[in-house]
Design a protein around this ligand. Structure first.
Ligand code: FAD
Length: 383
């Protein structure tokens, strides 16, 4: 088993880390404060091929492997969690499923613009009563002679404030759960769509999360990505990649928290010496470093499985679960180590502490990841 990154992966990681340090990190606090989708910075991210990292060059993408993609997201998240999520939604939840399931015409219309930054993608699966229970879709797509008519409401749609297109999931056979859901490529300027602003969120502010209301939204039959009953499979396939991406994002945030804690522990003194001299502090740093590195191994394993074309459902769930919890612990310990110096609006650790929490909620809560893992552990027959 080879655990080393290739020279190309290392060079790409260094290149993106430098971009993140010089261009993204200085903007992170302002994005958080304003809570507005950072369109100009996202254009710079696109210019570096980071909105279509694994999409082949023939479609305008960077044509890189999944490990490189995950490394890039981790490096970006170390500077700004929200930029990392924006990129991961566009890559894993929109561009990748279009590349995998789309027709040539759909790729011509959407893929190139999404990966070059001329458009932004969103993924509209969740509803008020279809979060963890994503198969419980109440948004309906009714077929008539001119195509489909969509009615319903989607909640928490990241990127939607700025997105040009969303993959919208809707019941084509209401009541049939996962077997009767379609995935539709819907331009967000289609008549009948309303973006509904929602109250401010705790963290990852600037993600452009809005609710989407669909009132008699008409799309042609060729807006379907896959078959009329394939949508749930499209969503689950996309989420396999998305969970690897969120694991990478969580690791970047957790690493940033550990970095801040180490720097503070070395320079801040109590009882006449740096607090890094105290074993209580050392053990917190040691635990964070160990947990993050263990989760990083799982994340790389999942990214490698995805790259090899396997369904990494189990590996991705384990990676997301362990990385988001390791990062949460690292942010919590960093707050403890910085104490009053972290517990102020505007302190870096304060932002990381808020940003990290979402990684245990979106793209499947930690409970959902444990359900996925338990299903594999118990085998198909269950208990
Ligand atoms: C910042 C942010 C961005 C998001 N972006 C998107 C997006 O771009 N697109 C999108 O479609 N969605 C998005 N979401 C929605 C997100 O995917 C859902 O919030 C998530 O899946 C959980 O659903 P829920 O909030 O409805 O909680 P619920 O499903 O109502 O769950 C509530 C609690 O019950 C637990 N629970 C539920 N069922 C079980 C069970 N069977 N066993 C044990 N525990 C259970 C859950 O783990 C959770 O703790 C986003 C959410 C956030 C916060």
């Amino acid at each position: 088993m080879i655990l080393d990154l290739t020279d190309d992966q290392k060079a790409f990681q260094t290149h993106i880390a430098e971009f993140a340090r010089t261009r993204i990190a200085p903007a992170a606090a302002v994005i958080d404060e304003r809570g507005v989708f950072p369109r100009e910075l996202v254009k710079e991210v696109a210019a570096r091929g980071l909105l279509g990292v694994t999409i082949p060059a023939a479609w305008g993408g960077a044509g890189r492997d999944y490990i490189s993609y995950a490394l890039a997201l981790e490096a970006i998240a170390r500077a700004s969690a929200v930029i990392s999520v924006i990129a991961s939604v566009n890559n894993s939840l929109v561009a990748e499923p279009i590349h995998k399931f789309g027709t040539d015409a759909q790729k011509q219309t959407w893929l190139r613009q999404l990966v070059t930054g001329n458009g932004i993608g969103a993924f509209a699966l969740s509803e008020e009563h279809a979060g963890s229970d994503a198969a419980n879709q109440q948004t309906v797509a009714r077929l008539d002679e001119q195509g489909y008519v969509l009615n319903g409401r989607k909640v928490w749609v990241a990127n939607a404030e700025a997105a040009t297109v969303a993959i919208v999931f809707a019941a084509t056979q209401p009541g049939s759960r996962g077997r009767g859901i379609g995935a539709f490529l819907v331009p967000l300027d289609t008549p009948g769509i309303k973006r509904l602003a929602t109250p401010d969120s705790l963290g990852v502010r600037g993600l452009g999360c809005v609710d989407l209301q669909f009132n008699d939204v008409r799309v042609e039959a060729d807006a379907l990505l896959g078959g009329p009953g394939d949508g749930f499979q499209v969503a689950m396939w996309a989420l396999d990649g998305g969970r690897v991406a969120i694991a990478a994002q969580a690791l970047g945030v957790g690493q940033a928290a550990l970095d801040a804690a180490i720097a503070h522990a070395k320079q801040h003194e109590a009882f006449g010496q740096p607090i890094a001299n105290y074993q209580a502090i050392q053990w917190m740093l040691a635990d964070s470093a160990t947990e993050l590195d263990a989760a990083r191994m799982l994340m790389l394993k999942a990214a490698d499985a995805r790259q090899r074309g396997e369904r990494p459902t189990l590996e991705a769930a384990m990676a997301k679960l362990s990385a988001s919890e390791a990062a949460h612990h690292a942010a919590d310990r960093a707050m403890q180590i910085l104490a009053s110096h972290g517990y102020r609006r505007g302190a870096v650790v304060e932002r990381l502490f808020r940003d990290v929490r979402a990684t245990e909620i979106y793209q499947g809560t930690s409970e959902v990841q444990r359900m996925v893992i338990a299903e594999h552990v118990l085998g198909e027959s269950g208990v």
